[in-house]
Write a protein that binds this ligand. Structure first.
Ligand code: SAM
Length: 343
């Protein structure tokens, strides 16, 4: 085996200069992908965990320059799902074999801490064998704690970029990387299974910045690592920037698999949006999770974080069947399983 891949496999680490070569030069790719797949098979076999994504609000108080549901995008029709609608998504999802429900949304203060607690306990009472994952942004320690005590198991909060200057180029002054990182440390301290990650190919991103992202993930040691390409949205200040590229994304998935052998790594919807086989390729590069949409079809289009987002017209059952085929074609299989990270 090539020395650089062997070193990454054995040490779960590489010095910056070698990571830079691996990211920028394609000559090690066949061995990198092969090794990443063999490590994923060592820990997870061919299992692919599924998470039912419920995008329950597209209202957001934040104004991230890249995001299609940013506050100042007046072209979005805003919606919120009721508790009944959310529970109906879960019921549908449970029948389809989902054992994790991910409640994701913009940062929407309409939902009080108590109303989120009620949602969590509602889901956990009906489906005690399922995990509840939250992905609703930056909150105080006490709020995260209340939601954890109500039964939430996991929290997804991508750090987006680990470099302060870069963070400030992607977000308005009202937001700070320091707060986002603090939130991640608080979530860990409380006991959540934590997911973080970043977009690949955001405006102004360099290889050095990607390496900083990997270094931050090494410090954080989270359970889930979600990365996906940045994709431009027509109604954002970044609408003239180009999309992130598939190959770099796949390489980073493979590198992350070798650095964090037991991590839960999704083949993201964004990956499937920049390439019709993106999610299958993501699985082959080391990903072991997919997150199909369980939201009602009539609101799907309104949760458009980026242009041409896929799966906005299909019912959950159709999506589930389509993914089943895709996963099998890539050489893996979807399992009905709560899908915690291996320890
Ligand atoms: N509000 C929560 C938060 O901030 O974590 C969750 C919702 S947020 C829309 C979910 C993720 O979407 C972000 O972490 C970001 O990485 C991703 N995202 C937003 N705009 C995107 C874009 N234009 N291209 C790719 N991913 C994007």
């Amino acid at each position: 085996m090539n020395n650089i891949i062997e070193q990454l496999y054995i040490n779960k680490n590489l010095p910056d200069n070698e990571l830079k070569i691996l990211i920028e030069d394609n000559k090690y790719d066949p061995e990198l992908f092969e090794k990443a797949d063999s490590v994923r098979r060592e820990h997870y076999g061919t299992d692919v965990y599924i998470r039912g994504l419920i995008e329950f609000t597209n209202y957001c108080k934040n104004n991230c320059y890249y995001c299609g549901i940013r506050r100042d995008n007046n072209n979005v029709k805003r919606y919120r799902l009721s508790k009944e609608e959310i529970l109906s998504c879960c019921s549908n999802g449970y029948e389809l074999g989902f054992r994790t429900f991910v409640l994701q949304g913009g940062e929407d203060n309409f939902f009080s801490d108590d109303s989120i607690c009620e949602l969590i306990t509602g889901i956990k009472t009906l489906y005690p064998d399922c995990a509840v994952t939250l992905s609703i942004g930056e909150k105080s320690f006490d709020t995260y704690k209340a939601w954890f005590d109500a039964g939430a198991d996991r929290y997804l909060l991508r750090h987006e970029t680990a470099n302060t200057e870069h963070y400030n180029l992607l977000h308005p002054g009202s937001m700070s990387l320091e707060n986002r990182k603090n939130c991640l440390w608080n979530l860990k301290k409380i006991g959540y299974q934590v997911g973080s990650g970043f977009m690949v190919g955001t405006p102004y991103q360099t290889t050095e910045l990607l390496i900083e992202d990997l270094r931050f993930l090494q410090k954080l040691q989270c359970d889930m690592i979600g990365i996906g390409p940045y994709i431009s949205h027509q109604s954002t200040p970044f609408n003239t920037f180009k999309n992130g590229d598939l190959h770099t994304c796949l390489k980073l998935i493979a590198i992350i698999r070798l650095m964090f052998p037991k991590a839960l790594i999704p083949a993201t919807t964004a990956l499937g949006t920049i390439d019709k086989s993106g999610r299958e390729l993501g699985l082959k590069a080391g990903a072991n999770v997919i997150m199909p949409n369980l939201s009602p079809v009539n609101v799907r289009k309104q949760y458009e974080l980026y242009d041409n987002k896929i799966c906005t017209n299909e019912e959950a059952a159709e999506c589930r069947m389509c993914l089943e085929k895709r996963v099998i074609s890539a050489g893996y299989k979807i399992v009905t399983h709560i899908g915690h990270a291996k320890t």
